[in-house]
Design a binder for this molecule. Structure first.
Ligand SMILES: Cc1cc2nc3c(=O)[nH]c(=O)nc-3n(C[C@H](O)[C@H](O)[C@H](O)COP(=O)(O)OP(=O)(O)OC[C@H]3O[C@@H](n4cnc5c(N)ncnc54)[C@H](O)[C@@H]3O)c2cc1C
Length: 222
């Protein structure tokens, strides 16, 4: 299996960093091919603008999706965007490793999506959801939180984690055709004992050993 892992955390020694390295090692050891994008290490610029492109459709009015369509037809993506699109096109499984920030993706990862998931190349012309461009590929969110698991249950003070993740699962991943695997969630690693964190890392690497045969989630429309 070809696996593409995206890491969005500014600190290499963080628990996210540990989850990322554990995944790279476990998947490689299991014989999978792994490609990565460590967005902070790459100093990936999350701000979308004309520098997404080497082509120009309309020099007078910048409309991103129009430029994306034009770039899709004219090999017009900037190299840093083209490289990321090609990694997505290459993989069978994509994993995003990130801390939950304000109930969502860290800005650098959201900006990566804004720039890389380009119309024409990754969706559009009716190629969405079940007919999406990335049909046949799978994706998984691997995230950490500050809050404990009880805060993210139905009725917990933050509310159901499934609902919090739905805009990412449905609005980005399924929209572009991915099947979504159950998220890997490390709740409040900073609150845990060292031994509990070690156990979390071990259970993640265990899961990764058989991830090639995991069935996707039914995220559903609700
Ligand atoms: C802008 C912002 C917004 C936020 N919004 C939210 C939110 O909406 N909801 C929410 O719940 N939280 C939120 N948080 C908190 C955030 O989600 C957590 O701080 C983060 O998920 C914790 O993960 P980390 O990788 O940063 O942990 P770290 O603090 O880096 O690590 C936790 C512990 O793990 C240890 N560790 C590292 N490597 C290993 C290893 N190999 N083995 C064992 N232990 C190890 C570290 O030493 C540390 O003690 C927010 C934080 C910020 C900055």
């Amino acid at each position: 299996m070809k696996v593409f892992i995206v890491l969005a955390h500014p600190e290499h020694q963080s628990f996210n960093g540990a989850m990322y390295r554990a995944a790279v090692e476990a998947l490689s050891a299991a014989g999978h091919e792994v490609k990565t994008s460590d967005l902070y290490a790459m100093q990936f610029d999350p701000v979308s603008s004309r520098h997404n492109f080497i082509t120009v459709k309309d020099p007078d009015y910048f409309k991103q999706q129009i430029e994306e369509l034009h770039a899709s037809e004219n090999y017009g993506f900037a190299e840093e965007i083209e490289r990321e699109i090609q990694k997505i096109e290459w993989c069978d499984l994509m994993i995003w490793q990130f801390p939950l920030w304000w109930f969502g993706l860290p800005g650098i990862l959201k900006g990566w999506v804004d720039r890389v998931f380009a119309m024409g190349r990754t969706y559009g012309g009716g190629r969405i959801y079940a007919d999406g461009v990335f049909k046949g590929k799978r994706a998984m969110l691997s995230l950490t939180t500050g809050g404990p698991s009880t805060a993210y249950e139905k009725g917990g003070f933050n509310g159901d984690i499934t609902a919090i993740l739905r805009p990412i699962h449905r609005g980005i991943l399924q929209f572009t055709g991915f099947d979504v695997l159950a998220p890997q969630i490390a709740y409040g690693p900073v609150r845990l004992e060292q031994s509990e964190r070690v156990t979390l890392l071990a259970s993640y690497t265990d899961r990764l050993k058989t991830i090639a045969s995991e069935q996707p989630l039914d995220v559903g429309i609700y």
